[in-house]
Design a protein around this ligand. Structure first.
Ligand SMILES: Nc1ncnc2c1ncn2[C@@H]1O[C@H](COP(=O)(O)OP(=O)(O)OP(=O)(O)O)[C@@H](O)[C@H]1O
Ligand SMILES: [Mg+2]
Length: 222
């Protein structure tokens, strides 16, 4: 079952030397429970694509469908959550508070109890090897640790669509397998998981690999 679909996405950006068309009629379909990795050289448009898929940005033409329905603006975080390349953590909140935020703000279901939220936060931080950092602030920990916090925040509410941008870019060898296990588990629990990455280790856990080249995606065979 296709959960998220990009149809004919076009996106140009204005630059002093002339507009550049980064996405040129891009097509993508990802099913529930599927993990797809997107490769492509730096500047090929991977982050631009993720911004369109989560509704942070709008295409010049084409559309993004969720369950067959075009999105307008950003879907709720429990539907589509993102680990952005620039992380976007709230520096005035502790790490535990950052991860808890989507659960505390969710309004469509009865809010989980404080203890249920705390248990979910602890579970994720421990799983990602940063269980001892919950009371610290983002700027008091390394960038690689911040990146795992942003991943925990993205998966905390078990989103139906999980978009992650270079989730292993700043990690040491010990942390990468933890992140890969978590991404696989999200897919096993039914999420459509899309991962932009340069990391060969991440491509190895994919159900399907695609490459962004000249504004469109092409399938990569193993
Ligand atoms: N908001 C913007 N304004 C102007 N140009 C932009 C904007 N966002 C992206 N671009 C341009 O679009 C192109 C693709 O950028 P993007 O960040 O998507 O690349 P990427 O594939 O994610 O690269 P990397 O692997 O380095 O993260 C680049 O040429 C970039 O300069
Ligand atoms: Mg990028």
């Amino acid at each position: 079952m296709t959960l998220v679909e990009a149809v004919g996405l076009r996106r140009s950006f204005a630059h002093p030397s002339g507009d550049i068309e980064v996405l040129r009629g891009l097509e993508l379909r990802v099913g529930a429970g599927e993990l797809v990795t997107v490769s492509g050289r730096s500047g090929s448009g991977k982050s631009a694509l993720l911004a369109l898929l989560c509704g942070f940005d709008s295409p010049d033409s084409g559309c993004v469908l969720l369950d067959g329905v075009p999105i307008s603006g950003a879907p709720p975080w429990h539907t589509c959550a993102v680990l952005p390349q620039a992380l976007g953590l709230a520096n005035e909140l502790t790490i535990a508070e950052n991860v808890a935020l989507p659960l505390r703000l969710r309004s469509d279901v009865p809010r989980p109890s404080r203890s249920a939220i705390a248990a979910r936060v602890t579970e994720l931080l421990e799983e990602l090897g940063i269980g001892e950092l919950g009371d610290r602030y983002p700027l008091e920990v390394s960038f690689g640790q911040q990146q795992r916090v942003a991943l925990a925040r993205a998966v905390a509410g078990r989103p139906r669509v999980l978009l992650t941008d270079e989730p292993t870019a700043h990690l040491d060898a010990g942390s990468t397998p933890r992140v890969l296990r978590l991404l696989r588990r999200c897919a096993a629990e039914g999420a459509a998981v899309i991962v932009a990455t340069h990391d060969e280790e991440v491509h190895r856990i994919a159900d399907r690999r695609v490459r962004l080249l000249d504004g469109v995606l092409t399938a990569l065979l193993d």
